[in-house]
Design a protein around this ligand. Structure first.
Ligand code: ATP
Ligand code: LTN
Length: 334
């Protein structure tokens, strides 16, 4: 708790361009939950380093992600939006928590398995201990709730296990966080292979809608989206392509599956794809306009970065000092 509010923590890696999956699965929910909680949102640039980055591009992309959070509707004056690498307590707590995490637990993480298969030439220790750094992110701020897409729930479970293990030995040091999955958009699938999640690191650009794609590109990608045999717009297990488009339509218009089935009764896939494309454009266009505005005002974003770094450091260091003390590390002399 900070004041009388519960704490919300979340973040995204600064790798690749954000997709509609990131928006509907995460960012959009953050905005909805915003009022109710004291919120911290990190640009997870340390996590991004588990994959090789080009320094110049990376720097630009991380800043752009920060601005995108703001463009999506998170007010940096009332929410703490900051860069993970600017708060050294993240790396420090991650080390301490490494000593409370078992190899066997980390070995079970599906993201580690997936990413090792994808980057077979660079299976580094950071990729393996990635969930421990994520646990440190969350636990430093004593978060009550962590909104993420379904794919991150396993990392949230390990965070809870680590926190409970630590608390069991040292008393109530960490708040045990709960995951939060939004009602719709929890898992948006690839437009080209609808059994695979839409991912910003997908090599096929037609598989993902990027948040900064222009209108024509968005419509074209939806027109080309892989659909299933048959012609009915129906939410059914054997129609992963149509289900995904319906999920996207629900998440962008608020319409239920029944309403959509009724709306497109007797109409073909072509017409439905167009409607989904237009619904997505109407959600992304205002965000893109705001992004362009914000990018013109460098000094505003700079000021927000500076103020929020300090705020994040204050709360993070408070927890870190408590942990260090519990562990018996020698106290600083002031
Ligand atoms: P990468 O492809 O590089 O692994 P990613 O697209 O999965 O990245 P992350 O940075 O890992 O993106 O995730 C940011 C947030 O977006 C997380 O909360 C994650 O659960 C959510 N998210 C990512 N992809 C999707 C998706 N396809 N559907 C719903 N939520 C998603
Ligand atoms: N692993 C997350 C990004 C992330 C995160 C966090 C999310 C890093 N630290 C803490 C929530 C809370 C991902 O989305 N891939």
């Amino acid at each position: 708790m900070i004041g009388d509010k519960k704490v919300l923590y979340s973040g995204m890696q600064a790798t690749g361009n954000l997709t509609l999956g990131n928006y509907l699965g995460a960012l959009k929910n953050w905005v909805t939950l915003n009022e109710e909680y004291e919120c911290f949102y990190g640009v997870m640039d340390l996590h991004s380093l588990t994959v090789r980055q080009n320094a110049a591009e990376f720097r630009k992309r991380a800043r752009s992600l920060y601005t995108l959070y703001v463009a999506a509707g998170l007010n940096p004056e009332t929410n703490c939006i900051y860069f993970q690498s600017h708060v050294s307590a993240h790396a420090e707590l991650a080390w301490l928590l490494n000593c409370f995490t078992y190899m066997g637990e980390l070995n079970r993480m599906t993201q580690f398995k997936d990413k090792s298969a994808k980057h077979a030439d660079n299976i580094n220790a950071g990729l393996f201990t990635y969930p421990v750094l994520m646990a440190a992110d969350i636990l430093l701020y004593q978060a009550d709730v962590v909104p993420v897409g379904v794919d991150q729930m396993q990392h949230l479970e390990i965070t809870r296990d680590i926190a409970e293990r630590f608390n069991h030995i040292y008393g109530d040091v960490f708040t045990i966080p709960e995951g939060y999955i939004g009602k719709s958009g929890a898992k948006i699938m690839s437009l080209q292979e609808p059994t695979k999640k839409m991912s910003k690191s997908d090599e096929n650009a037609n598989a993902s809608i990027y948040l900064l794609d222009d209108t024509d590109t968005i419509i074209r990608k939806f027109k080309r989206a892989v659909t299933d045999s048959g012609s009915e717009i129906r939410y059914a297990e054997d129609k992963p392509g149509i289900c995904n488009l319906m999920d996207i339509y629900t998440a962008t218009t608020g319409k239920t599956k029944e309403e959509i089935e009724k709306e497109f009764d007797g109409k073909g896939y072509g017409e439905f794809k167009m409607a989904v494309g237009e619904a997505v454009v109407s959600v992304l266009k205002p965000l893109q306009d705001r992004m362009a505005e914000l990018e013109k005002d460098k000094s505003y974003i700079d000021r927000m970065i500076k103020e929020n770094d300090e705020k994040a450091q204050y709360f993070a260091n408070k927890t870190l000092r408590k942990v260090q003390k519990k562990l018996g590390l020698t106290e600083r002399i002031r």
